[in-house]
Design a binder for this molecule. Structure first.
Ligand SMILES: Cc1cc2nc3c(=O)[nH]c(=O)nc-3n(C[C@H](O)[C@H](O)[C@H](O)COP(=O)(O)OP(=O)(O)OC[C@H]3O[C@@H](n4cnc5c(N)ncnc54)[C@H](O)[C@@H]3O)c2cc1C
Length: 482
């Protein structure tokens, strides 16, 4: 069962250039195009809003080529997730329009070692990477860890290659931060060996598209580890949290987006800053003007055109079990979807040996844990696809544009999220330039209040929208919920 709608063409021929994708707000900043360029003239750089973008000479940026069109994960000419998963897992015993082709799905956590306590959720992300290393299935893992920073504008995190358990453990946890693949792609190409690559769904898709056009990468990247994804954030989210915690970015040595506290519910996020002078500051996300993840502050614009929540092209993917009783368990719990028969065996052996505490679940359960993410990238996406986009590339997704049947309140939620994500960047930039954080923070606080009044099931604005719709003879009777 593919997600691709019968009304949607599989591909549009293009060709497209890096500039076409960037100016259409469809560049996620994964660095695949720069990683594919062997001439050294292109690079990834942070733009004014804290998103990574490809830069290079005009002839590179503006050349429309079939090669670029086939490897950019947001290009309408590239293979989509259905194509990639079918080619990669033709014998997968289960197929679901929400979570794709798969062997098995699980909920639980790692029992052994420090994986659970050092991970963001149940520790399965790093356990899997470590098990692949331990069993000699791979020689190295490309994943994301902290960077040494010379300048206040430098990113806090980036892709790196780990070859030992210690290196892996030092780079556990989720980094809601702009990162890019070009450097590790170059390393993988130059240093023979077998590699696993970890990434959010569009990054894993990019890795497969790169592999398709490059025999060396095809041979060396032997496993892909996916992270479920709500959306990517810009560097400015870290900066905004620092402002609101009373910290200057130039003083930050390290940051943790989700400090783990087993005594508090897992869905209460705390940001922690470790300072260069040895100091430490922390603050709960709910105290931030922009700390509601789902409101879309600092979202990468390309995420508005994504239809893959659970990394459907990854050999194994991991998310948080956002349902009770797991959301209340501060020790952290994973949901896991396995698509590679070999990894399915590896995990089952570890479960049997008591090293992992996992129980099988079905696609409905996985969907439930990510209900808001699926709404945003199914009905929300279908609606966004129907919006006019003069002068920009029209995204081609597996679901078709649809304007009908969407309740007024849901339209309000999706529109507001889109506007928050759109305006948070220029307003933050203005506040930054004028050294007046209040310019942004007051706006963010007001937007958050409106968003929650609309999205939360008991929100007054949402209730008003529902009444208006009912009075006009419409209304689906559906409650709110992000
Ligand atoms: C941007 C982003 C959005 C997410 N959105 C959701 C969501 O909506 N719903 C949900 O259930 N889960 C989401 N996740 C995944 C979730 O936060 C956890 O990463 C996942 O549950 C794995 O936790 P763990 O304890 O098993 O991983 P850990 O054992 O902590 O291992 C995580 C591994 O991922 C690597 N890593 C961390 N950040 C990145 C990154 N940005 N890119 C590539 N590799 C990285 C680490 O280096 C480490 O190897 C998101 C993750 C990211 C990065």
């Amino acid at each position: 069962m593919t997600l691709r709608s019968p009304e949607t063409p599989a591909k549009r021929p293009g060709p497209y250039s890096p500039d076409d994708i960037v100016r259409s707000g469809m560049c996620i900043g994964c660095g695949a195009c720069v990683g594919a360029d062997r001439t050294g003239r292109a690079a990834m750089a942070m733009d004014a809003h804290g998103h990574l973008k490809p830069v290079g000479p005009v002839e590179w940026r503006k050349t429309r080529s079939p090669e670029f069109s086939a490897l950019c994960p947001f290009s309408p000419a590239a293979d989509d997730e259905d194509d990639i998963a079918l080619a990669r897992y033709p014998d997968a015993p289960q197929d679901d329009a929400r979570i794709g082709r798969f062997d098995s799905a699980w909920v639980g956590h790692v029992e052994e070692g420090v994986f659970r306590s050092s991970g963001s959720s149940g520790g399965m992300g790093n356990w899997t990477a470590a098990e692949l290393l331990r069993t000699g299935r791979v020689d190295a893992v490309a994943h994301v860890g902290g960077l040494e920073r010379a300048d206040a504008d430098d990113p806090l995190f980036g892709y790196r290659i780990s070859r030992s358990l210690d290196e892996l453990t030092a780079a556990a946890k989720s980094r809601y931060h702009p990162v890019e693949l070009s450097g590790v792609i170059e390393t993988i190409r130059s240093a023979p060996g077998r590699y696993a690559v970890t990434g959010v769904p569009c990054f894993i898709k990019a890795v497969h598209l790169l592999r398709a056009g490059d025999p060396i990468l095809r041979e060396r990247i032997v496993f892909t580890l996916g992270l479920f994804c709500g959306h990517m954030k810009s560097l400015r989210m870290a900066e905004s949290f620092a402002w609101q915690t009373g910290v200057r970015m130039q003083d930050v040595a390290r940051m943790d987006y989700r400090l783990k506290d087993p005594t508090r519910p897992a869905n209460v996020y705390t940001a922690q800053f470790l300072l260069k002078d040895g100091g430490e500051r922390r603050r709960d996300w709910w105290n931030f003007a922009d700390g509601d993840w789902g409101a879309g502050f600092f979202q990468n614009p390309a995420c508005d055109w994504c239809d893959d929540v659970v990394a459907e092209t990854a050999d194994i993917s991991f998310g948080d079990a956002w349902v009770e009783p797991y959301s209340s368990d501060g020790r952290g719990t994973n949901v896991v979807v396995i698509r590679s028969a070999e990894l399915d065996r590896m995990v089952r052996e570890a479960v049997a040996a008591g090293r992992l505490s996992l129980r099988p679940v079905d696609a409905d359960f996985i969907h439930q844990t990510q209900a808001a993410g699926f709404r945003q990238r199914r009905e929300g996406l279908a609606w966004r696809l129907s919006w006019p986009r003069p002068g920009k590339i029209r995204p081609l997704k597996r679901i078709a544009p649809n304007v009908s049947g969407l309740p007024l309140r849901r339209r309000g939620v999706y529109l507001m999220r889109h506007q928050i994500s759109r305006w948070s960047h220029p307003l933050f930039r203005l506040a930054r330039r004028t050294s007046r954080p209040g310019v942004y923070l007051r706006w963010a606080g007001a937007m958050l209040a409106f968003y929650q009044a609309l999205a939360w099931s008991r929100g007054w604005l949402g209730a008003l929208f529902d009444r208006l719709e009912a009075a006009s003879g419409g209304g689906s009777g559906r409650a709110g919920g992000a």
